[in-house]
Design a binder for this molecule. Structure first.
Ligand code: FAD
Length: 313
C-alpha cells in the first residue's frame, strides 16, 4: 500500500503544496510508506526540502542534465522507471502532473484519476459537472495514479527527522518535443492558489479602470486578485487570475466577490472558501445562495467604504 509522490518544483524550491499531497497520501498507505520522486537537474536543495516533510520514507532523486527541462513524455518515463511496487502514484493537479501522470498511467496500465479531493483506501472522491456532483470512485487496478487538489488537504508540517535521500537512475530524455522556454508572470501579490484573502471582480466591475479600484482594495488588504471569466473575456483582468471551472480553484479564508453573479462554473472554483462575501446590486443573483454575507448594492459605493473600514492583514 505504498505511495510515490511526484515532487513539484521550480528547479530551486519544492512547491509548498507537495505537503498537501503527503497529507492526501497518508490515509491511502495505511501505515505503509510515502516516498517522493524528485526529477530534474541540480536537485540537491529541492531533495532536502522534500526530505524535511513529515511522513516521508525515502526521497528518490533522478538528477541529470537531460532532465533540466522536462517535457511530459520524459517525466512520464521517469515516473514509470520508479513506480514499480507502488499502489499509489500521486501528483498535484498542476500543469506538469496533469500532462505526465496520464501518460505514465497508460504506460504502466494503471488507473488514472484527476483532481481528487478526498482519499480513503476503499474510495476516492473527485468533483464532476463543475463541482455540482461529487463522485466516489473505487479503483480496481493494482496501481492507481492520481492528481490531487491541494486546497482540499491540510498540509503536513516540516519535521526535524529527515527522510533518506537516494539517487535514482535518470531516464533518457524523450526528444519528440522540448520545452523552449517558460515565461513567468511577475506579481508582487499573493499566489491565488495559496492566498488567505482574495478580492475578485466580475463583469459588474465594468472596465479596466474600475478593475484597478478592485486591485487597489486587494493591495490595501494584502490580498490576491481574482476575476470571473466574463471579466477576463471582457479584458478587465488577465487570464491567469480567472477563477472557476476553467480557471483556478481557490480555498481562501475570505473571498470577496464584487459584481459576480455566481454562475455554477464560477462557484466550482470557490466552494472551498471558508467565508464568501458578495456585493451585487441584484438581490436575486445566485451568488447570494452560497455567500456567508451578502450586500445588495452598488459595488462602487461599497469599495471606498471597504477601503476605509478594513485594516490590512
Ligand atoms: P455576469 O453573470 O454578467 O454577472 C455580473 C454581475 O454583476 C450581475 O449579477 C450584476 O447584477 C452585477 N453588477 C453589475 N453592476 C454592478 C454594480 N455596479 N455593483 C454590484 N453589482 C453589479 N466563469 C467563471 O467565472 N469561471 C470559469 O472558470 C468559467 N468556466 C466556464 C466554462 C464553461 C464551459 C462555460 C460554458 C462557462 C464558464 N464560465 C466561467 C462562464 C460562466 O458561465 C459565467 O458566464 C460567468 O461566470 C459570469 O461572470 P460574471 O458573474 O462576472 O458576469
Amino acid at each position: 500500500m505504498n505511495a510515490l509522490l511526484l515532487a513539484a518544483h521550480d528547479g530551486q524550491h519544492l512547491d509548498p503544496a507537495v505537503a498537501s499531497a503527503v497529507a492526501a497520501a497518508l490515509p491511502l498507505v495505511q501505515g505503509g510508506c510515502v516516498d517522493i520522486l524528485v526529477a530534474g537537474h541540480q536537485m540537491a536543495t529541492v531533495a532536502a526540502q522534500a526530505a524535511a516533510l513529515a511522513g516521508i520514507g525515502t526521497v528518490y532523486v533522478a538528477d541529470a542534465p537531460a532532465l533540466a527541462s522536462l517535457n511530459a513524455e520524459t517525466l512520464a518515463r521517469q515516473i514509470v522507471r520508479q513506480c514499480a511496487g507502488y499502489r499509489w502514484v500521486i501528483g498535484l493537479h498542476n500543469l506538469q502532473a496533469r500532462a505526465a501522470l496520464p501518460r505514465a498511467a497508460a504506460l504502466a496500465q494503471a488507473a488514472y484519476l484527476s483532481d481528487v479531493t478526498r482519499t480513503a483506501p476503499d474510495a476516492l472522491e473527485r468533483p464532476a459537472y463543475a463541482g455540482a456532483v461529487t463522485t466516489r470512485v473505487q479503483p480496481l487496478t493494482e496501481a492507481v495514479f492520481l492528481t490531487i487538489r491541494a486546497s482540499a488537504f491540510a498540509p503536513v508540517q516540516a519535521t526535524a527527522s529527515l527522510a533518506r535521500i537516494e539517487a535514482a537512475e535518470a531516464v533518457q530524455a524523450d526528444t519528440r518535443s522540448r520545452v523552449t522556454g517558460t515565461e513567468a508572470v511577475a506579481s508582487s501579490r499573493p499566489d491565488l492558489g495559496r492566498a488567505r484573502l482574495i478580492v475578485s471582480g466580475g463583469r459588474g466591475v465594468g472596465s479596466v479602470e474600475n478593475m484597478a479600484k478592485v486591485e487597489a482594495l486587494a493591495d490595501h488588504l494584502g490580498a490576491a486578485v481574482g476575476a470571473s471569466r466574463a471579466a477576463v473575456d471582457a479584458g478587465f483582468a488577465p487570464n491567469a487570475v480567472q477563477i472557476g471551472q476553467t480557471g483556478k480553484v481557490v480555498a481562501p479564508q475570505l473571498y470577496l466577490a464584487l459584481g459576480i453573479s455566481g454562475a455554477i462554473q464560477h462557484l466550482a472554483g470557490i466552494k472551498d472558501a471558508q467565508c464568501i462575501v458578495a456585493i451585487n446590486k441584484d438581490a436575486e443573483a445566485p451568488i447570494f445562495q452560497i455567500a456567508d454575507y451578502g450586500v445588495v448594492g452598488d459595488l462602487f459605493e461599497a469599495l471606498p467604504v471597504l477601503q476605509a473600514g478594513l485594516r490590512p492583514q
